[in-house]
Design a binder for this molecule. Structure first.
Ligand SMILES: C[S@@+](CC[C@H](N)C(=O)[O-])C[C@H]1O[C@@H](n2cnc3c(N)ncnc32)[C@H](O)[C@@H]1O
Length: 215
């Protein structure tokens, strides 16, 4: 028999989705040498064209136009993070599952950190971010709560001093088969740092596996 999500789950999802969208108001535009934080508008028609993800009862496909925020990389000439609905959908498993002591690879705009730090079941959050300029741009605007520690470090070289209950890697800004090789490397490196019963995940891992299988 088909299982429907519980009403509490739908309410939590909807609250988190709204919280994610409203994060734009926490940022102002600013430029570094390589990275910039920018505001932009999305029209409903553009979002509908872009959203090709399969229907899911937990995904509210009523996409809202409005003001959003993005992190832009001048070297790569592309956006590497935003608070668009796609980013909410693809990070939602982490937002829902994170608890205890959390390690995250990749700060970006700190959006998932802002949602995770509010959860009472999250005790601490360590973020390893490769680019000092991103840490400076974000930390100049956002004051994370006392649970959060941001380390300037490449997640492939980061040396954990402890074990974690949740480990999440979100260092990629596209979906491709090569990312899955990096995900396997990171899963291998950090397997010994995950507490029993803990959860480890990578952003858009299933999509990268599919990209490699030719489907
Ligand atoms: C897609 S963004 C992360 C978005 C973030 N989850 C958020 O909620 O805003 C990817 C981030 O990973 C960082 N990054 C890329 N490679 C990295 C690495 N090897 N180690 C640590 N951070 C890395 C990028 O500089 C960028 O800040």
């Amino acid at each position: 028999m088909k299982e429907y999500p519980k009403i509490e789950e739908l309410l939590e999802y909807s609250n988190d989705k709204q919280a994610f969208k409203s994060l734009s108001s926490r940022f102002s535009q600013c430029n570094g040498e390589r990275f910039s934080i920018m505001k932009f508008r999305i029209e409903k028609s553009a979002l509908e064209r872009a959203n090709t993800r399969p229907a899911n009862p937990l995904v509210d496909r009523t996409l809202e136009p409005g003001e959003y925020v993005k992190l832009y990389d001048e070297n790569l000439e592309r956006t590497i993070m935003s608070n668009s609905p796609m980013e909410f959908y693809t990070n939602y498993e982490f937002i829902k599952k994170c608890r205890g002591d959390v390690l995250i690879g990749g700060l970006g705009l700190g959006l998932v950190v802002l949602l995770a730090e509010k959860k009472p079941e999250v005790k601490s959050i360590t973020v390893a971010e490769k680019h000092l300029e991103i840490i400076r741009l974000v930390a100049s605007q956002i004051i994370f709560n006392s649970k959060v520690l941001i380390e300037h470090s490449d997640i492939f070289n980061f040396a954990p001093q402890r074990r974690y209950d949740t480990i999440y890697f979100d260092i990629w800004d596209d979906v491709c088969a090569a990312n899955y090789d990096e995900m396997k490397r990171l899963r291998g490196k950090y397997a010994g740092y995950l507490n029993d019963g803990g959860w480890m995940g990578c952003w858009s891992e299933d999509e990268c596996i599919k990209a490699g299988s030719g489907f």
